[in-house]
Design a protein around this ligand. Structure first.
Ligand code: 5BU
Length: 276
């Protein structure tokens, strides 16, 4: 049956990519398809949020370049917390350049993303060479790549044939591309009769999730975990401000409460999906 009707556990057993397998196993074990997106500028707030939500998330998403007081100890601590609380690390880097440039951006510079991020993502716009470049760094480290097939923002150009082409690019590199940022399940999209899509299992990570708001003032659009996971068949809900609000002077108890609320909503929607 199609992957979105199988349990995360069943999918974990079959997945060939280690990062995808580990993520699916953690989701089942922690009963969480919640990824927190920690977009704050001070490392104290950053770690206060991560400590509070750690036990409740399968994945923690960063924009590491927004931290104003970044240094190498941030990565050490992030790694420790990822092992302590069992979550994977996703750097939402949205690579978008030619192969040889993304090799450098992924492995070098201040952040050395490939050293610590189990998962990162890329735009499909440069074509397959972006995957070739990132794979040359990521495959030896057992990393996984997510392609941006659909964005959550109003007026996004990631629709129709662009989305189909992104899925085709992923299909050609299933060893490294483990899924998509998208708003719907994607398996089989854009496939021709001759494509071998049996066994295709793309994880769909959906940003733009909120229980209390329908958007922000800058074009973000929110849907509920029920809509995203049950109706649209996505696998992971990505929640930022819905959990920590402004993200300043973090109230750990409130953050914990919201994380538990999103975890429960995401898991309930998943249970309903795989039981039907
Ligand atoms: P929010 O606070 O839940 O709105 O944060 C959403 C996060 O997901 C934020 O880090 C965005 O950069 C990220 N995001 C998104 O919102 N929509 C997209 O299509 C992609 C990423 Br790709």
């Amino acid at each position: 049956s199609s992957p979105h009707l199988q349990t995360y556990n069943e999918r974990a057993k079959k997945h060939a990519n280690k990062a995808a397998k580990a993520l699916l196993e953690i989701m089942e074990e922690k009963q969480s398809n919640l990824s927190v997106s920690v977009d704050v500028t001070k490392s104290k707030d950053f770690f206060d949020i991560i400590e509070a939500v750690g036990p409740h998330v399968c994945l923690r998403k960063t924009h590491i370049d927004v931290l104003e007081d970044f240094d190498a100890t941030v990565i050490d601590r992030l790694r420790e917390l990822s092992e302590k609380h069992k979550f994977l690390i996703f750097e939402d880097r949205k690579f978008a350049d030619i192969g040889s440039t993304v090799v450098l951006q992924y492995s070098k510079g201040i952040y050395k993303i490939a050293d610590w991020a189990h998962i990162t993502n890329a735009h499909a716009v440069p074509g397959p060479s972006i995957i070739t470049g990132l794979a040359s760094v990521g495959i030896p480290k057992d990393r996984g790549l997510i392609l941006l097939a659909e964005m959550s923002s109003k007026g996004a150009l990631t629709t129709g044939s662009y989305t189909e082409d992104a899925v085709r690019m992923a299909r050609a590199r299933r060893d490294f591309v483990i899924g998509f940022i998208a708003q719907h399940r994607m398996e089989g999209i854009g496939a021709s009769d001759t494509d071998n899509i049996a066994g295709e299992d793309f994880l769909v990570l959906a940003p733009g999730v909120g229980l209390d708001a329908t958007g922000d003032a800058m074009g973000q659009q929110y849907r509920t975990p029920e809509q995203v996971v049950f109706e649209s068949g996505c696998d992971v809900i990505i929640v930022g401000r819905g959990i920590y609000g402004k993200g300043e002077n973090v109230d750990a108890r409130e953050v914990l409460k919201q994380a538990q609320r999103y975890q429960a909503a995401g898991w309930e929607a998943y249970k309903k999906r795989v039981q039907r």
